[in-house]
Design a binder for this molecule. Structure first.
Ligand code: CO7
Length: 355
């Protein structure tokens, strides 16, 4: 089918069937019409997030398109859109498995812009690398907010340490750069083999979490004054570790998934929260408990600000993407890519599928 102002009526996309959680690549998936305030992107690369492999069971809307991250070229725009032109390269995120808009996952030949959760890519960033920014910037931005920290337009006056547990994860790569830009000082856990890379993205010091005295070392390094911990892994061990590293006065612990309450209950002076990535769109979440949320205009405005700032930082080379490894051959390779991500075959690299 040929492109019109709204794109074709159908396109190829990776969908999931509720019965049996069957992932399929189909050629006849409806493409919703373009609204006046949206633009249409011909998808050239999609990145696979661990979360894409978790959209199964009661997360699934039957026939919905999977995928959060995309990058490509603008091919059509609604009449109210002035900040992108046809031919611009962009990247962004989609609110996948939103029961209200199940056909808006990113793993399709076309992506429709979602709010202001996108940015124009500068010539210095490849489309494949750009495809990794969607969930990364959204998750990192939400993490800063929940930690009670500002965005890069208003750096803190007094630098302080932030422990980033899981320093070599894709979220950590973005969050550590943002922490530096707001004048905070990231320190991170990772394996020794990843220490140089983690430092290159902003960590002042790295700690090998496999050493038994690691939390105590962090406590000593931060003189028992650590007040912020971001847990990019989130299980009983990692929550326990972060709680052990936080200083005597307590502070804030933020994780990327719900954490174990029995660990959190051990220290009353530590406040907690966890990031729900898609809350960045401001339209709430229809995902099952505890992932459901009401809409929030405050979060919508925050997301717009985050992504507008991120566009400038990426253009200036101040916000660099996570390392990528690509799979060629189009959307047909997405199911295989999801299996590989789930099995840890892309540790330390983002799996990007080129269309
Ligand atoms: O945001 C959304 C929508 C926006 C619009 S949707 C949500 C998007 N967010 C996510 O999907 C969260 C992604 N993160 C996770 O799911 C987790 O944090 C994991 C643990 C899966 C990390 O994801 P990532 O893709 O970054 O992981 P990776 O497979 O590349 O792993 C990176 C490293 C590993 O190499 C380990 O590091 P080293 O230094 O030890 O080699 O993570 C480390 N790691 C662990 N460290 C300690 C992995 N498992 C670990 C563990 N303990 N159990």
């Amino acid at each position: 089918s040929s492109d019109t102002a709204s794109g074709p009526a159908t396109h190829r996309a990776v969908i999931i069937e509720a019965a049996g959680d069957r992932v399929r690549v189909r050629d006849d998936v409806p493409l919703p019409p373009l609204r006046d305030d949206q633009f249409l992107v011909r998808t050239e690369a999609v990145a696979i997030n661990p979360s894409d492999t978790k959209m199964r069971g009661n997360f699934v809307t039957d026939g919905g398109i999977l995928g959060t991250d995309y990058a490509g070229t603008v091919v059509a725009r609604g009449r109210l859109v002035t900040d992108v032109a046809i031919g611009d390269r962009v990247c962004g995120a989609q609110h996948a498995m939103n029961a209200n808009e199940p056909l808006r996952g990113s793993f399709g030949e076309y992506d429709i812009s979602a709010g202001r959760i996108w940015l124009k890519l500068p010539p210095s960033v490849s489309t494949a690398s750009g495809a990794t920014f969607g969930a990364g910037i959204s998750t990192a931005g939400m993490a800063l907010k929940l930690l009670g920290l500002p965005l890069p337009d208003a750096p803190v006056e007094k630098p302080a340490y932030v422990l980033v547990y899981g320093g070599s994860t894709a979220t950590a790569t973005i969050v550590m750069q943002l922490l530096r830009l707001i004048n905070m000082i990231p320190i991170a856990t990772c394996s020794p083999k990843n220490a140089e890379q983690v430092k290159a993205y902003g960590a002042e010091e790295t700690f090998d979490y496999k050493q038994p005295d690691c939390a105590a070392k962090i406590k000593a390094y931060t003189k028992n004054n650590l007040r912020f911990a971001l847990d990019c892994i989130t299980n009983v061990q990692t929550t326990t570790f972060c709680y052990a590293a936080l200083g005597r006065a307590g502070g804030k612990y933020v994780s990327l998934d719900p954490f174990a309450d029995h660990v959190a209950a051990t220290r009353r002076t530590v406040k907690t929260d966890w990031v729900l990535g898609p809350s960045i769109f401001g339209d709430g979440s229809t995902w099952p408990a505890p992932y459901g949320r009401p809409p929030s205009d405050e979060l919508r405005a925050y997301g717009e600000k985050l992504w507008t700032l991120a566009e400038g930082l990426v253009a200036d080379g101040k916000l660099r993407p996570h390392p990528v490894r690509t799979l060629e051959g189009g959307l047909e390779r997405v199911p295989e890519g999801m299996d590989m991500v789930k099995n840890g075959q892309f540790a330390g690299e983002k799996c990007v599928v080129l269309l």
